[in-house]
Design a protein around this ligand. Sequence first.
Ligand code: SAH
Ligand code: SF4
Length: 352
Amino acid sequence: MALRLIKNLPAAELTAWLQAHGQAAFRLKQIRDWLYSRWAIDFVAMGNLPTALRQALTDDFLAFGLEPLETQTADDDTVKWLFRLVDGESIETVLIRAPDRQTVCISTQVGCPVRCTFCASGRDGLIRDLEPGEIVDQVIAACRHLQQRVDNIVVMGMGEPLLNLEHLIAALDLICGPECLGVGARHITISTSGIVPGIRRLAELRRQWHLALSLHALTDEQRGRLIPARYRYPLAEILDACRYYRECTGRIVTLEYALMAGGNDSQDDALGLAALARRLDAKINLIPCNPVSEHYQAPAERQVRAFEERVRSLGAKVTLRQRKGERIQAACGQLRRRTPAAAERPDQASPE
Ligand code: SAH
Ligand code: SF4
């Protein structure tokens, strides 16, 4: 039987395990210190624990659940990893380096059940949810690489985080918990394609996490061309849920808008987007679309700038996100698609 990742265990279970092994309660703090402050990847390294305890931990648990299969670094210091999970599946994690802050972009699922037509992650549908420990270990890997704690976390890698919500919450509690990684809640951004029950559940937790909605289109009809029906909610319900999130947490929502030439980049789109953002008091993040399929291309740079200017002139708060790490295929799901396991799967992309 495969060993359990120790980070998947609720604190009470680990405490009970320590008791059953005749260990004092302070060992929990020591173990956490190794896992979350020193980013240990095995129990043998935990020098201040008795040898017998290190052996018992090794017999029962895994300290770290990822094995790097590929590491790519771009000129701008973006690092992208393809990690192998214990069961042989693979996920992607990206570290985006800037002089003043280190951001890690993490995955929450292997594949994605939503299957947006412009996204590489959803091509094969959902393979499986990530466990809390597998989500946290992506952050640990980035900390180990930097030899410092990361500053920001964006949940924008593979998968729809709000369709693996319980594991996401457990992982974020470890990432934010002062006794674990201790990253400030305001430094976490969760991006969703618009899963209404998930947005409402998150709102009611009243954490200070930042919510980003992948809007990309301004009518249900236009969105219907990008997102298959199964997990697509009516825009009005999504916007209501975002308003509720704002009310419950006090935090401004971000609207992600991937510009697609001839798809959502018209003057009317700019007008609609600015109006919607103003109504919601949201800020807009424009992203030139990554061309993962021949059907979607980013508009020319001049047009991207013109769209940005138009939205701004209409009174909305807007930023243009530079495409970092394009050369290393940093768009989510692109790297994993090149692995042998993924190549064996039939291409199932099918807009509904
Ligand atoms: N499933 C979540 C989070 C992961 S995707 C979501 O959809 O929000 C992270 C971001 O990448 C989303 O805003 C998504 O719309 C965007 N994205 C996916 N494929 C893209 C592409 N080809 N070009 C630009 N952005 C893309
Ligand atoms: Fe899934 Fe997000 Fe990609 Fe859509 S854009 S398929 S929701 S990862």
